[in-house]
Design a binder for this molecule. Structure first.
Ligand code: PLP
Ligand code: ZN
Length: 369
């Protein structure tokens, strides 16, 4: 008997634990992990692994949170902290999810996986696959920054560049997985990947023992960090280890804003040819849209959209005034914070945390789709 089950986030149907099923067979919604017991020893919080002590690791997590006073003044808040997720082994927060998902894949004896990505998740999955001896196929848009494509290849993954927007890469990955009967290790859908993201919340609660931040502002595409952090805060609250969950906010690029639209009950249709420099958050149809909106609403958070000019202005500002070279998708969170402060949703006296999700060297200066 496993100490957890896979439960549908839509209809609550339970599914046998397998690495091959990502959506409910009854209603098509994504699955979550529900724990039925403490599980094996070896991890401070519950994890969906049989042997947590033997989990794959490249030293991910435990990223620093540092004060960013100059950026705070520019955004209109007195207390701003950045959690430096680019300190993770492959330069982005995705390593939290990859470590957990790839560990589960190893436990299930999987030897080959398919993934699609705007770059960072692909690089991260490739690194952990290399470590695990699993062969990985990564599908990425051909507009992905060269540095990220190179990073995927250097770990030995087979890179498939696909013409067109991000959705084309996802569709090609699914076709490939089905035709070859290979496991689709989708970071956007895998409940194991999301479980790995919970550590972000655990670390925040340890790094801010006196006063938790009032707000956490996330750059959001598929929402893995937003949903994972929300689940982590919930798990801490259930154990009486958190007095209050911070308000969680989603920032999206104007060109790809389905979450912001859904939060404000507005329809959203991707404009033909709409592009953004922030390729990491450019997701037109995120499969976990409802869970994201629920996380924002349940915590008293909100959503904001930002244009490329503001994203690039914040990328420069963070580098020049804080010494932090964030990739554009990461800088978007700070542009969104400024927008939320301007709208009065975040007050000047509130304490705010934003993850710096990816390192600036991962992308070339030219715009990508
Ligand atoms: C640097 C960076 N920030 C934020 C995101 C958004 O993450 P998610 O799609 O899980 O919301 C990504 C996704 O690739 C990313 O690469
Ligand atoms: Zn269902």
């Amino acid at each position: 008997m496993s100490h957890f089950v896979l439960t549908c986030t839509g209809c609550d149907a339970e599914h046998t634990v397998t690495m091959r099923v990502l959506e409910c067979s009854a209603c098509g919604c994504p699955l979550r992990i529900d724990y039925r017991g403490a599980g094996p020893a070896g991890a401070p919080m519950q994890v969906p692994l049989r042997r947590p002590a033997a989990a794959l690791t490249l030293g991910e997590g435990n990223t620093p949170s540092i004060a960013m006073p100059a950026a705070g003044i520019a955004a209109g808040v007195e207390q701003l902290y950045g959690k430096l997720e680019f300190s993770n082994p492959t330069g982005s927060f995705k390593d939290r999810g990859s470590a957990m998902m790839m560990s589960a894949l190893v436990e299930h004896g999987v030897g080959e996986v398919v993934e699609d990505s705007s770059g960072n998740a692909g690089a991260s999955v490739s690194a952990y696959a290399a470590r695990a001896g699993i062969s990985a196929h990564v599908f990425a848009p051909d507009s992905t920054p060269k540095a990220k494509l190179r990073q995927i290849s250097v770990y030995g993954a087979t890179l498939h560049t696909i013409e067109g927007p991000r959705e084309e890469a996802a569709a090609a990955a699914i076709r490939f997985a089905e035709s070859r009967n290979v496991v689709y290790a989708s970071h956007a859908l895998s409940p194991f990947f999301l479980e790995g993201m919970k550590s972000f919340a655990y670390e925040v609660s340890e790094q801010f023992p006196g006063r938790m931040p009032d707000h956490v502002v996330f750059p959001v595409g598929n929402g893995s960090l937003l949903i994972g952090a929300y689940m982590g805060f919930e798990a801490l609250a259930e154990r009486g280890r958190l007095s209050r969950t911070p308000a969680l906010h989603a920032v999206q690029a104007e060109a790809a804003a389905p979450v912001a639209a859904a939060f404000y009950d507005q329809p959203w249709i991707k404009a033909e040819g709409a592009r953004t420099v922030a390729g990491g958050i450019s997701v037109a149809e995120p499969p976990q849209l409802h869970r994201m909106v629920q996380a924002l609403r349940a915590t008293g958070g909100s959503a904001a959209t930002v244009g490329d000019d503001d994203i690039l202005r914040w990328q420069r500002l963070l580098a020049e005034r804080e010494g932090i070279f964030a990739e554009s998708s990461a800088a978007a969170a700070f542009a969104g914070l400024e927008a939320l402060a301007t709208r009065g949703i975040i007050s000047p006296g509130d304490a705010v945390l934003a993850p710096v999700t990816g390192f600036g060297l991962k992308e070339s200066p030219a715009a990508q789709g």
